[in-house]
Write a protein of this length. Structure first.
Length: 226
């Protein structure tokens, strides 16, 4: 019974999403918005539940347990982090108070700065550094495998020229302008080719993923309708 109910809900929501193709038809045009609102609301609820069960509830359970104390939760840094997060949450609740808007804006600024720092560190340690290591790494069978040699050269040239594409150093001209050397322009053009190829491959992969999802949904509608 529960499986049939879930399947019926999925069938209805799928039709509501596909109603976007009909445009702003009276009544029908609002079905897509309702489906989006349901998705956003369920996502927010799921995030809240995960945050409560994974962060808040463990602290509350340790507080209520007489065998534990605040010091048993971890070192002092963990306690400071918990109270800082609690303070930030309380400050965010003061957003409707116009005279205290600067406090909530400060919290948002801290969150954005920390998020940007985490993103930069993740990009460096998770993408750029491994890419550079893979570029300089030489396979063991490089001398005996022509294909491995070509792959290594393409990775090296693509990485170096792709990074050089974002290099804007230029030399000054006699008339006061600036220009890049012919070698630098050549490297940038090669890097542009590799970047466009990579973006095209990513876009094509995204399209294939969307088509796969669309095919699965259409198959679900046909199977459920039959």
């Amino acid at each position: 019974m529960a499986e049939n109910t879930i399947a019926l809900a999925g069938f209805i929501l799928t039709l509501m999403v596909f109603s976007y193709l009909l445009g702003d038809v009276p009544l029908i045009g609002n079905l897509y918005r309702i489906a989006v609102y349901i998705f956003i609301g369920m996502t927010a609820a799921f995030t809240l539940i995960v945050s409560y069960e994974g962060v808040i509830l463990p602290y509350l359970q340790d507080i209520q347990d007489p065998a534990t104390t605040w010091t048993s939760l971890g070192n002092r840094a963990d306690i400071y982090i918990f109270f800082t997060a609690l303070l930030f949450a309380l400050l965010l609740l003061l957003k409707p108070v116009k005279s205290l808007t600067w406090l909530t804006n400060s919290v948002f600024a801290v969150v954005i700065v920390v998020g940007a720092a985490v993103g930069v560190v993740g990009a460096l340690t998770g993408t750029l550094f491994p890419l550079l290591q893979a570029t300089v790494a030489i396979p063991d069978d490089l001398t005996g495998d022509f294909g491995a040699l070509v792959d290594t050269l393409l990775i090296f040239v693509g990485t170096m020229t792709g990074l050089y594409y974002f290099h804007y150093q230029a030399r000054s001209r006699a008339d006061g302008g600036a220009e890049q050397s012919s070698v630098g322009r050549g490297f940038r053009h090669i890097g542009k080719v590799f970047l466009v190829t990579a973006l095209g491959a990513i876009y094509a992969s995204t399209i294939l993923t969307c088509l796969t999802i669309l095919t699965e949904r259409i198959g679900f509608l046909i199977q459920f309708g039959a």
